[in-house]
Design a protein around this ligand. Structure first.
Ligand SMILES: C[S@@+](CC[C@H](N)C(=O)[O-])C[C@H]1O[C@@H](n2cnc3c(N)ncnc32)[C@H](O)[C@@H]1O
Length: 360
C-alpha cells in the first residue's frame, strides 16, 4: 500500500460519485467496481495520479482520492467508540507526542487513536496499547493493518487491564507519554505515575464532567503530577460560497474533555500545592449516579461485535494481499456525507457523548 504518488495495486481509493456518495475500493488488477449504473475497472485507475477523475462504462464520472487517515477512521469497523479526528489532533498536541516517543495508551478500543499515535511517533518510537477486551483488540489490529498494510513492528497490543498489566510490561520511569481513553482513568493514575519518566505527560480523554472532576482530583491526590489542565475542543465547519459565508448548520456538539498533567521528579513537591476546594472527595453515592449503568451506557451485542471483528480482519487481509484476489470489500463503505459521522451501528448520532458510548 502506498500513501502518495500514482495509484498502485493494493491502494485504498475513495470514489466520490453522483450525489457525493462515497465508496472505498482496494485496487486489484482485473477487478471491477459495480453499481446499478455501470462498471468502473480498477485497471483504469492503476497508474493514475491521486485526485484523478475517471468515467465508468456508462460515462458516470468519479473523483478518485486516497482516503486521509481522518476519512479512514470515520468509516472503519468499530468495536468501541473512537476518538474523533478533532480530538486526536488535540491529543497529539496537548500530550506532546513526538517522533521517537515511547508511548502507552489504554484502551485501544477500535484502534483509531493508535493509528494517529503510530503515525506521529514514526518508526523510531514505540507504542504499547492495552485493551482488556480481546475482541476489541482484534478489531483494532484489523483496522491498523487495514490502513497501514502491515502490523507495525513498534506496536505491541497487550490484552489485559492496564492497572494489572502495565507494571510488568514496561520499566518504571521509562515511558514518555501515556494516553488514557477509558471509563475510569483515575484507577490508573498510580501505575501511570510509576511508568512515566520525570517530566512525562499523562493525558486522559473523558466523556462527562463527572469523570473529568474525578480524574482531576485523583491526579492532584497522587501528589506526583503538576496541577492538571482541562480543555474541550469544538470544531465548527463553515459554508463558504460567494457571499453566503456562515457557520454550518450542523456540527459535532460534544465528544469529550482532555485533561493533562506532567510527571514530577521523584520526591519533588510542588512549590504551590493545588488549591483544594471544600468538596473534592467522592463517596459511594456520588459515584453511583454515573456508573456505566446509571448513565445508560450502550453495550455492543456479541453478534454485532463478531461482525465488526470479521470486517476489520477482512480489511486487514485485503491490505496484506496487496492486490491479490482476497475479498477486499469487507470494509468498503457507502457513505453519504450528509449522514454525518458513521459509527458502524446504523446510528447517525456522534457516539462519544455521555451515555451513548458503545463501551468504555
Ligand atoms: C472508548 S474505547 C477506546 C477507543 C480508542 N481510543 C479508539 O480511538 O478507537 C475504551 C476502551 O477502553 C477499554 N478499557 C477500559 N478500561 C480499561 C482498562 N483499565 N485497561 C485496559 N482497557 C480498558 C475498553 O474495553 C474499551 O475498549
Amino acid at each position: 500500500m502506498t500513501f502518495s504518488g500514482p495509484f498502485q495495486i493494493g491502494d485504498r481509493v475513495q470514489l466520490t460519485g453522483p450525489k457525493s456518495r462515497l465508496n472505498t475500493i482496494t485496487l486489484a488488477a482485473g477487478k471491477e467496481f459495480h453499481t446499478h449504473k455501470g462498471v468502473l475497472r480498477h485497471d483504469d485507475l492503476i497508474g493514475l495520479p491521486d485526485g484523478s477523475v475517471v468515467a465508468n462504462s456508462v460515462g458516470i464520472r468519479y473523483l478518485a482520492l486516497r482516503p486521509l487517515l481522518s476519512d479512514f477512521v470515520m468509516s472503519m469497523p468499530r468495536g468501541a467508540a473512537i476518538v474523533y479526528p478533532k480530538d486526536a489532533a488535540q491529543i497529539i498536541g496537548k500530550a506532546d507526542i513526538f517522533p521517537g516517543a515511547r508511548v502507552v495508551e489504554a484502551g485501544v478500543g477500535s484502534g483509531a487513536l493508535s493509528l494517529w499515535l503510530l503515525r506521529t511517533i514514526g518508526p523510531t518510537g514505540s507504542l504499547t496499547s492495552f485493551e482488556r477486551r480481546a475482541e476489541f483488540a482484534d478489531v483494532a489490529r484489523g483496522n491498523v493493518v487495514g490502513f497501514l498494510g502491515e502490523e507495525p513492528e513498534n506496536w505491541d497490543v497487550v490484552v489485559g487491564d492496564l492497572v494489572e498489566s502495565l507494571p510488568s510490561a514496561v520499566e518504571p520511569g521509562s515511558v514518555d507519554r501515556i494516553v488514557l481513553d477509558m471509563l475510569a482513568p483515575w484507577e490508573c493514575i498510580d501505575v501511570a505515575a510509576d511508568a512515566l519518566t520525570p517530566g512525562g505527560v499523562v493525558l486522559c480523554y473523558v466523556a462527562t464532567v463527572t469523570q473529568l472532576s474525578r480524574v482531576a482530583e485523583a491526579i492532584r491526590d497522587s501528589e506526583r503530577f503538576t496541577d492538571p489542565e482541562s480543555t474541550e475542543t469544538l470544531v465548527r465547519g463553515w459554508h463558504v460560497e460567494g457571499l453566503a459565508v456562515r457557520p454550518d448548520h450542523r456540527m459535532v456538539g460534544h465528544t469529550g474533555f482532555l485533561i493533562t498533567a506532567r510527571r514530577l521528579a521523584p520526591d519533588a513537591v510542588l512549590p504551590q500545592p493545588p488549591r483544594r476546594l471544600s468538596k473534592t472527595d467522592y463517596d459511594d453515592s456520588d459515584v453511583e449516579i454515573w456508573t456505566p449503568g446509571a448513565v445508560g451506557e450502550r453495550t455492543t451485542s456479541a453478534k454485532n461485535l463478531r461482525r465488526r471483528v470479521r470486517e476489520a480482519r477482512a480489511g486487514a487481509a485485503a491490505s496484506l494481499a496487496r492486490g491479490g484476489d482476497a475479498a477486499d470489500e469487507g470494509i468498503d463503505d457507502d457513505i453519504d456525507p450528509a449522514d454525518g459521522p458513521q459509527d458502524g451501528t446504523g446510528d447517525d448520532a456522534p457516539s462519544r457523548t455521555a451515555g451513548e458510548d458503545d463501551d468504555q
